[in-house]
Design a protein around this ligand. Sequence first.
Ligand code: NAG
Ligand code: NAG
Ligand code: NAG
Ligand code: NAG
Ligand code: CA
Length: 507
Amino acid sequence: MKFYGALVVLLSSVAYVSAQGASDCAALQSTLHLQSTTITSATHVTGGTVVSTPGSCQSSASVTASICRIQFVIQTTPTSRVHAEAWLPDQWFGRFLGLGNGGVGGCIDYSNLDYGASMHFAAVGSDNGHDGNNGQVFLNQPEVINDFAFRAIHVEAVIGKQIVQAYYKRAHQKSYYLGCSTGGRQGTQAALKFPDDFDGIVAGSPATDWNHLMAWSVELGRIVGAPKASTSPNFIPVALWNVIHDAVMRQCDGLDGVMDGIITEPDDCNFDAMSLLCSGQNTTNCLSAAQVAALKKVYSPLIGENGQLLYPRYDPGTTVAETQVLLGGNIFGIPANWYPFAIFNNTNFDFNTFDLKSIAFADTINPGGIATFNGDLSAFKSRGGKFISYHGRQDPLIASGNSKRVYELISSTMGIPNLDAFYRLFLIPGMGHCSGGPGATSFGQSGIISNAVNATENNVLLAMVDWVENGIAPDTIIGTGSSGTHRAHCRYRQKSVFNGTTFVCQA
Ligand SMILES: *[C@@H]1O[C@H](CO)[C@@H](O)[C@H](O)[C@H]1NC(C)=O
Ligand SMILES: *[C@@H]1O[C@H](CO)[C@@H](O)[C@H](O)[C@H]1NC(C)=O
Ligand SMILES: *[C@@H]1O[C@H](CO)[C@@H](O)[C@H](O)[C@H]1NC(C)=O
Ligand SMILES: *[C@@H]1O[C@H](CO)[C@@H](O)[C@H](O)[C@H]1NC(C)=O
Ligand SMILES: [Ca+2]
């Protein structure tokens, strides 16, 4: 069976290195001298313990496997620095793993440090150049923005690999990257700007085309009246989102052949908002004309000043709770932390003045090259790099259509009709942002250490290892749902089709 075959290959193809021990770990603090880097702590940690963590994001983290934990600071410029940690497992399989961040993050990804080290990777994560999920750090600090936009992951990889070499007294064999959301954008940026950093990149739900993603999330809020939603006729209260969700499901759940609460292909869902218009004396469980117009805009792409597509439409099918993030009546926190401090440098920026000109202005600044919307992955491809992306089809923060769009951008830019040889995008029906939702949404994409997802075909990170090290590319990724159900997720442009018994992937 492929399950066991693949697992055996994974365990045996790479030499197993047992690390030296606690005193060798501690010694690194005084013996390791790396460029622009200060080792602030080097301590051996026995697996099964909880350690305290620096910074404002969290106070402690679980350590599952025994590791040498190294905390360090890289001075990237005189006005910017990156705090990072390397978790070096006692049982190392020779693989390096760089980790990303989320949101406007500022938070070391401890759960994936733990996940990576447990899977025998030497895992390194950073704070992305600032502490905490707060955009104020960007104000008049272009180098802090540069760390966020492209540099933190690069220095994490370069310095992290040197630390790995010093500790194990041998170089890593292959290097990997794992991240979602902002982490997906960072992985994409790594492939574009620093193609040698990683052999395999797993970039989930990527916040690519960042400037237009920020614009789209502001505009969605404004469509329903934010930042003055309480007085807006366009505002849609949460009770009506229940009505909308039921109507969307009534109209679109069955399009894929199964009424299961999952819209396999939201792009097939041409939701008729007019069907919810109040008529006659009836004002219960129905929408006003202004609300219908707002809902139509929600489910339409964002178009720019010159009629150009700026960003694909919001996925129909998000749960009521999920819709509240962008459509609950407030300007979403990430753009609320981005425009005032990184674009307008005005802490009192008024989102009532936001318009298409604001979007065009942000495009001209594009701080740090944050856009990350470039289809030329030729350097990454020619050095043999492999890229896996995945995206939930009911993502309430980043439209899944954007990942299709990025695929098509790469294909047209590079003149390669089918990217299978080095780039695969797996679309995940019924998944929200990076995880969760009614679909089969667990496939090893983040700090989940469970017996269910270790096999190569059930684990996107191990699938990437198999691709890089054994040349075996994943045709599907099998996800596990909360009730233990499985579904094979298809790679774009294949379609997930119900054959009467199960969903299969068809060209
Ligand atoms: C705000 O500052 C950034 C650098 O941090 C700069 O690129 C941008 O042009 C500034 N914006 C304005 C409106 O001056
Ligand atoms: C009012 O209209 C909505 C939407 O068409 C419908 O679902 C609801 O049943 C109607 N209520 C009454 C009392 O007719
Ligand atoms: C999956 O990985 C975890 C972490 O290494 C390990 O504890 C667990 O035993 C593994 N499960 C299987 C089925 O290999
Ligand atoms: C549907 O696909 C599954 C998996 O490939 C296969 O075992 C089954 O026979 C197919 N059913 C039909 C009706 O084609
Ligand atoms: Ca369905």
